[in-house]
Design a protein around this ligand. Sequence first.
Ligand code: FE2
Length: 199
Amino acid sequence: MTRSSFDDALAAAECLHKSHPEVAQFTVWDDAAQFQSLEPHWIPSAKALPLDVGLRDGRELVGYSAFCAPAANARWRSTYKDADIGKEFNQKFGCYQLIGAQGHFFSEILNTYLVYAEKGLFYPWHHHPAEELYVIIAGEAVFEAAGRPARRLGPGDTAFHASNQPHAMTTKDKPVLAYVLWRGDLKTPPVLTPAEQKP
Ligand SMILES: [Fe+2]
């Protein structure tokens, strides 16, 4: 049961990599990615994601259900556990690594995450050395990045963030589920952008 939900998510990811031109251009697919058994780490998103009807507006991509299915057994991250980001953020935001060194499927060449934010969340300005591509799977959010106008993105849309380019995300009246890819420096985690460096 547990394993099959992760296999389904991997199959959905492979389909996305092979059908979405910007994903295919961003990175190669890893046919050798190997399932590794990880201890689940529970956060509120583990329960909220599969129940969030706001994601199901008829526009969600084909892989939406498969990316939600592992939620209860995923190793959700606590990236901002100790950051000055507010309690509400960690109640409404979740991220698990599907593919990568610490992902449910081990890969040395591919790093992908599922990112979920409930409606009404501000993901403050942050940055990281890795280049990043967001692909919206369901719902919508407003994406901001230094040097670029804010954009409201929905299913199939993408947002690219260059190395250390500050960016922020806001959900309004809908939640968002995104498939996120990293390349480059994978070891340095995101940090909140200091006030003096914000756009
Ligand atoms: Fe980012």
